[in-house]
Design a protein around this ligand. Structure first.
Ligand code: NAI
Ligand code: MG
Length: 493
């Protein structure tokens, strides 16, 4: 049975104005399981207008402590429904229930952390050079936020935006990815509706990127856009934002290096590399998709990796035993196959994988084997472009300088892993690598408390940590004359 969803505008469940719908597929069995309204510009206009009204009349003037109280209700309701929300996500995008249940439980902490921040957002008194003037700043919410979210971690990436936005006093319209709209609507139904969040503060318009997404990005009454997705679409959104001088944060793709030196603990490195590229079937922005390995340990490391990759349990993502689920949808699987074909044509060696599995129970889902390519140069297409799948590209190096050069020779700059016990080298590299996050002797570790974002084509703006609050607030400078008399009008100051 296909489950029919409606979208959420101004506190009401509604269909698209056009009456159009689209469906979503379970990537484990290829079956259509849910149907959503195909919202477009008309629906985006309604949602933005609802968010504007809620911002001006209610949320921006709600006291910080009250906003925090409601955010703690949200945290509690997520905790209560964490398992169900995890299941829905697994059904919609094939992410492991193992990762999803940890993720939805961890989301609770995001709302608590930013609830705690809500009443600590304040301006400053500034001692200026003007003798009789009193100057202070106000840190005010930016207003209506348009959030455009991808399909790889829908609820978590939404929370990275929503928690700081609510804390700051902003309202929001979100356009979830068309492949994974269900969890956001279930989040409203089970979580937000169980709280005192006023209607219009959070609105959901489901629909396609080029219609609903573009309408949100182009909307003149949106004050800030928060986008996570591909670098290509990020550019389109940035052009749209420029038309209206809309603030923008972009969290885009990556081609992040995991750099293994000769003194590294190779067993730990194997775990970190696997975490970086095979967890979430490689569909994460921070995937450690390039393995830079010192030539003296290359053979040993690739042997260990190939052995471990070959043991990965692929299967039903709803089973707690499964280690790698399907790719989220068919076009994404086709893209991975295209790049693997390309890698072979470019002369890279397939160490393991490189194809869809043939096991009977895996043929109806969008599965792809954990894949390792070696003998690459950093100039090959598979070493330069984001594949967004379980495909690791191994590139050898012989000196630290060469490792740094190859690591930075990419349009991207999201993350990097460094595997060494040499403390000077670790800090030298942490400084030299052009990326928003650097991990030493681990990989893919994130926290609500630590800023996350990109350098270069991986985007700008930061999510998580108090740093994120800056993106949802703007500063106003207020000058008060303390003297009784205003002086000469034609001199500066
Ligand atoms: P996408 O960047 O096109 O989609 C992300 C979001 O943007 C979705 O909600 C989509 O509906 C929306 N969108 C699409 N076109 C838009 C437009 N013209 N205006 C406004 N919003 C628009 O990514 P897509 O097509 O889902 O995946 C393609 C590739 O992007 C993947 O293979 C992967 O390489 C990369 N990607 C990277 C992500 C990351 O976190 N770094 C996340 C998702 C995809
Ligand atoms: Mg789907």
């Amino acid at each position: 049975m296909v489950q029919k969803y409606r979208m959420y505008i101004a506190g009401e469940w509604v269909d698209a104005d056009s009456g159009e719908t689209f469906t979503s597929t379970n990537p484990y069995n290829g079956e259509v399981w849910a149907e959503f309204p195909a919202g477009d510009k008309t629906d985006i206009d309604r949602a933005v207008s609802a968010a504007r009204t809620a911002f001006e009349n209610v949320w921006s003037t709600t006291l910080p402590g009250e906003r925090a109280r409601i955010m703690r209700q949200i945290a509690a309701a997520i905790g209560k429904h964490a398992e169900y929300l995890a299941q829905i996500e697994t059904q919609d995008n094939g992410k492991l229930i193992r990762e999803m249940s940890a993720q939805t439980k961890y989301m609770v902490d995001y709302y608590h952390y930013f609830a705690g921040a809500a009443d600590k957002i304040h301006g400053e008194v500034i001692p200026t050079d003007k003798a009789t003037m009193f100057n202070y700043t106000l840190r005010e919410p930016v207003g209506v936020v348009g959030a455009i979210v991808p399909w790889n971690s829908p609820l978590l990436l939404l929370s990275w935006k929503l928690a700081p936005a609510l804390a700051a006093g902003c309202t929001m319209v979100v356009k979830p990815a068309e492949q994974t709209s269900a969890s956001t609507l279930e989040f409203v139904r089970l979580v937000l509706e169980a709280t005192d969040l006023p209607p219009g503060v959070f609105n959901v318009v489901t629909g396609f990127g080029p219609s609903a997404g573009a309408a949100l990005a182009q909307h003149p009454d949106v004050n800030k856009l928060a986008f996570t997705g591909s670098s290509q679409t990020g550019k389109i959104v940035a052009h749209a934002a420029a038309e209206n001088h809309t603030r923008l944060s972009l969290e885009l793709g990556g081609k992040s290096p995991n750099i293994v030196f000769e003194d590294a603990n190779l067993d730990n490195a194997v775990n970190g590399i696997m975490k970086g590229i095979f967890a979430a079937t490689g569909q994460t922005c921070m995937a450690g998709s390039r393995l830079l390995v010192h030539e003296s340990v290359k053979e040993e490391l690739l042997d260990k990796l190939a052995r471990r990759a070959g043991q990965i349990k692929m299967g039903d993502p709803q089973s707690m035993e499964t280690e790698m689920g399907p790719v989220a949808f068919k076009e994404q699987l086709d893209k991975i196959k295209y790049y693997c074909q390309k890698g072979v044509e470019e002369g890279a060696t397939v160490v393991t994988g490189g194809k869809a599995p043939t096991r009977d129970d895996l043929t109806s889902g969008y599965f792809f084997e954990p894949t390792i390519f070696s003998d690459l140069t950093n100039q090959m297409q598979i070493a330069r472009e984001e594949i967004f799948g379980p495909v690791l590209c191994a590139i050898p190096f012989s000196t630290e300088e060469e490792a740094i050069r190859i690591a930075n020779d990419t349009p991207y700059g999201l993350g990097a892993g460094i595997w060494t016990y040499n403390i000077q080298r670790a800090h030298r590299l942490a400084k030299a690598i052009k990326a928003g996050t650097v991990w030493v002797n681990n990989y893919r570790v994130v926290s609500y408390a630590s800023p996350f974002g990109g350098f270069k084509a991986s985007g700008y703006g930061r999510e998580n940590g108090l740093e994120a609050i800056r993106d949802y607030t703007q500063v106003k400078s207020v000058w008060i004359e303390l003297a009784d008399r205003v002086g000469d009008p034609f001199t500066l100051g």
